[in-house]
Design a protein around this ligand. Structure first.
Ligand code: TRP
Length: 328
């Protein structure tokens, strides 16, 4: 079976946009591939050298992914910093990664610009650590967003270069799996096209009922349709798109008819949307709370994940050492 691996940047709670994007594709992939998912806590040090409560946020991420349905039996989930053999591969890859090419990576240049007082070597070698994450398991596919394409190119370059320098056919070139291309784009509640943390327009999977209602009732609308059967402006289409994700077809048809007949009351639409978003989130939210209060289980999942990932990475590193000429 083809191997899939993906890293999750610890950037806060999951929202509906994440759910219908990365999370849903992870759920699908865990049934079709030999998957592993990990929390990239080392990578986060490149921008946050003194993370606050990293253990707490790791626990939250694990709880949320498990609550969504990641099955650790099918798809081990682990914390990057628990799997040490990756570090050794990071070192070997760094020996054959060149300053010029690392400096040319767009995300490096961007971060160097936004944090000029902290242009550290970890930031520069972000792509080699990411390559080590994946090559240590000889993965075939990596589910990523478009913004990771350049990191994926570097990963393939490092794999090819290793093979060439040591005259072996050892690493294969991992392919990007662009899940976002087929995923539903979840709109924001502020009239913008995309739900995203930086836009502050999110419904989080852990939001309680009152919070969901408050956010949905505040969603941006317009002054209503002015013609029968008119095309919906973006702000209104956004609400209908959300409705389609969480409501029944009958409900969607009902509000569509109301809109087309110009009899729609946005207050009613929002009340229904809030109720259906809550019905959708409630079981996930309950599981999140359950997992969060069961620290022992979360620890066990992470420990078992780390064990499986360490075995896989250690096996690769034994071969790598032999190839370079060290004692295996
Ligand atoms: N760079 C990825 C991101 O920003 C996170 C990541 C780290 C990753 N290592 C990885 C993704 C390995 C896939 C595979 O989202």
């Amino acid at each position: 079976m083809e191997k899939v691996i993906s890293g999750i940047r610890p950037t806060g709670n999951l929202h509906l946009g994440n759910y219908f994007g990365a999370v849903k594709s992870f759920l699908q992939m865990q049934d079709e591939y030999d998957c592993m998912f990990f929390i990239a806590d080392w990578h986060s040090l490149t921008t946050h050298p003194t993370p606050e409560n990293i253990r707490q946020s790791v626990r939250t991420i694990l709880s949320e992914y498990l609550a969504c349905g990641i099955d650790p039996e099918k798809a081990p989930i682990y914390v990057q910093s628990d799997v040490k053999p990756v570090l050794e591969l990071y070192l070997y890859l760094n020996m054959n990664a060149y300053l010029g090419e690392l400096e040319r990576v767009t995300s490096f240049k961007e971060k160097a610009r936004t944090q000029p007082d902290n242009v550290n070597a970890g930031l520069l070698t972000y792509p080699t650590l990411m390559a080590a994450d994946v090559l240590a398991h000889k993965a075939d596919k990596v589910p990523v967003r478009k913004d990771q394409d350049q990191n994926m190119e570097m990963m393939r370059l490092f794999a090819r270069r290793f093979n060439r320098i040591y005259n072996v056919d050892f690493f294969k070139e991992p392919q990007s799996y662009h899940f976002y291309k087929t995923a539903v784009k979840v709109p924001g509640l502020d009239g913008s096209g995309k739900m995203g943390k930086s836009n502050g327009n999110c419904i989080y999977l852990c939001d309680d009922e009152a919070t969901i209602r408050k956010k949905v009732m505040k969603a941006v609308t317009d002054s209503g349709p002015t013609q029968l059967n008119q095309q919906k402006p973006e702000v209104i289409q956004n609400l209908f798109t959300l409705l389609e994700l969480v409501s029944t077809k009958d409900t969607c048809d009902y509000f569509n008819d109301q809109y087309n007949a110009m009899t729609i009351r946005y207050g009613d639409l929002k009340k229904q949307l809030a109720a259906d978003v809550n019905a959708f989130c409630a079981p996930i939210r309950e599981r999140i709370l359950e997992f969060q209060s069961n620290e022992e289980y979360i620890q066990k999942v992470a420990a078992r994940g780390a064990e499986r990932a360490s075995e896989s990475a250690a096996a690769t590193l034994r071969e790598v050492r032999q190839i370079i000429g060290f004692r295996a």
